[in-house]
Write a protein that binds this ligand. Structure first.
Ligand code: IPE
Ligand code: IPE
Ligand code: MG
Length: 257
């Protein structure tokens, strides 16, 4: 099961590459362009995008994928027009109010990573409540990155590590990956095997910078509201064609995948 085996750092040891990704991380991009192409307000794309979240969560449950991480709102998305930001917040609140019970029934544990302290108190409470309600589930860990930034995660991790271990500030050479790892947002999940970005852009946009070190990247032009489970299967099929070498030669990777 997902949470029982301790996660392995891909730069410290060679993780076992399995046929099916154990962790998929997705930048759900293209909602606005999907709507604009249909002469709809951008909000319509975000609303439609929620249907795809449901569909992809179900696909992960069917495939036995233990971790799904979705980028819902980046630390840079505050730069958007106020109306769009508040629509996204309302959508988030609505989803938490409506879907949590269903997630629990399906064995999905929800958790949110990112600096939630900037959200309005009601949303913060709903997030805490949703995490509590689904805390015992273990079929799928659904991580939603909200007000998340990869750089924030690393900096925040460093600060928390030094707060707990002030002695490390006097002995900086003793700071290694294993000291920092427990303080990163995704510390208890395996590193993503597969990263998907919909919407045509080929960039990481400050998503899981640390964790994507050896992740297989998949980009598609399909806008998120059109990203069905069939599209998801195509991404998985692409993943299965990859040879994950983790720095080794091809011959070595074939010998011990
Ligand atoms: C992704 O879709 C959703 C969020 C960033 C919240 P966009 O809103 O970025 O859609 P495009 O990229 O403008 O089409
Ligand atoms: C990345 O999408 C963030 C989310 C999907 C939540 P953006 O649409 O904000 O990314 P950029 O700004 O085009 O790189
Ligand atoms: Mg975008």
């Amino acid at each position: 099961m997902t949470m029982s085996s301790p996660p392995i750092s891909s730069t410290l040891a060679i993780p076992r590459a399995s046929d099916m990704p154990q962790h998929v991380a997705i930048i759900m991009d293209g909602n606005g362009r999907w709507a604009t192409a249909r002469r709809l307000p951008r909000a319509a794309g975000h609303v439609k995008g929620v249907d795809r979240v449901r569909e992809i969560v179900n696909a992960c449950l069917q495939h036995g994928i233990g971790n799904l991480t979705l980028f819902a709102f980046s630390s840079e998305n505050w730069r958007r027009p106020k109306d769009e930001v508040s629509l996204l917040m309302r959508l988030f609140i609505g989803v938490l109010q409506r879907e949590v019970e269903r997630l629990r029934e399906h064995g999905v544990r929800l958790r949110v990573i990112g600096d939630v302290s900037r959200f309005e108190p009601r949303l913060q409470e709903l997030i805490a409540e949703a995490q509590r309600q689904t805390g015992a589930s273990d079929r799928l860990v659904l991580t939603v990155a909200a007000n998340y930034g990869g750089r924030w995660d690393i900096l925040n991790g460093f600060r928390r590590m030094l707060r707990d271990h002030p002695e490390l500030a006097q002995d900086v050479d003793a700071i290694d990956e294993s000291k920092l790892l427990p303080y990163l947002a995704m510390h208890d999940a395996p590193e993503p095997d597969l990263f998907i970005r919909t919407g045509g852009e080929q960039r990481v946009s400050n998503f899981l910078l640390w964790q994507l070190a050896y992740t297989e990247l998949y980009f598609t032009d399909t806008f998120w509201p059109d990203f069905t489970s069939e599209e998801f299967d195509r991404a998985i099929a692409s993943y299965r064609m990859r040879e994950r070498r983790f720095g080794r030669t091809s011959a070595q990777a074939e010998e011990t995948p």
